[in-house]
Design a protein. Sequence first.
Length: 347
Amino acid sequence: MTTEEQQSSAHVQSGPAGDAPRLYRDLSSWWPLLSKPQDYAEEAEFYRRILVSACARAPKTVLELGCGGGSNASHLKAHFRLTLTDLSPGMLAVSRSLNPECEHILGDMRSLRLGRLFDAVFVHDAIMYMTTEADLRSAMETAFVHCAAGGVALFCPDHVRETFRPSTKHGGHDAEGRGMRYLEWTWDPDPNDTSYVTDFAYLLRDERGVRCEYDHHILGLFPRRDWLRLLAAVGFQPKGVPSEHSEIEPGTCEVFVGLKPSDKRATCGKSATSKSSCERATAHNSSPAFSPPISASTCFPSRTRHGTCIRWPRKFLDGKLLGKPVLIELKGCEGLYPDDVYKVVME
Ligand SMILES: C[S@@+](CC[C@H](N)C(=O)[O-])C[C@H]1O[C@@H](n2cnc3c(N)ncnc32)[C@H](O)[C@@H]1O
């Protein structure tokens, strides 16, 4: 693990759990033969155009959540300074060898807190691994707290509930001394829940011969109204944009853009690289016992129908404050608004 990874790992999980797809665990080195970086040029250009046109000012720094093997990044890095994060050490290693000039950090998009701001946040198909509304919302909150005011977050799901169709696909590539062919079967065991599955059969050829491996991916599936509702709930101004790609039937795919408002209530949002710009806020309350160090990495606000709530890790929470309003004095903590009253809720 690099120093950067060690620094950030306090706020992340150590890697995919045992039930994560094998493609991101023991089979991660095969990723470039399943999906070639060159094949991402057209879609990466579409995402670049969206990021540039949706941001209030020209974006320079971009955080990617769930960068995988870094295939999109290999095209986007010509235009932006990229920080690439993923839950899988194996996939990060693949991306690092393709994009050695980019910063790589191990992290779970549901909980990552880098304490830094970026002009834009990009979440490609990794967002499909959010299979519950709570996980999807957590990933959106991660994007929100890392996005500078006036910046955008771009989410690119493979499917939304309305246009989902079962499908079968095959492909694969060869490289020096190895080759891969796969059969991919996408289907929905239960149309009433928020997930579907993709089963893979991989044929892997190397110096030992050819072997067959099975893999099972569980992916999230949400109606577009839920995407828009959740983006708004975490604080973004949401918008759906139809996907444009020569291999996609028009009207069958959509990406979601969240603009982080840059109104006078929005906060630091200046520098994407300075850690100090979003490190501290302090809380005031009648209880003198309550003086947690609040930072972008230890708390975040969320808007609910009960008003704006702020969540603290349990260890910082004085039980007497539960449910009571707390006035936050803002000192550059992105996502918190000065003069607002926040309600403390248990995390
Ligand atoms: C299909 S790959 C992404 C490929 C990527 N779009 C590219 O351009 O190469 C999906 C990635 O999502 C990652 N992932 C799944 N759940 C995640 C989570 N909770 N946080 C961060 N990454 C996650 C996996 O480890 C995997 O690397």
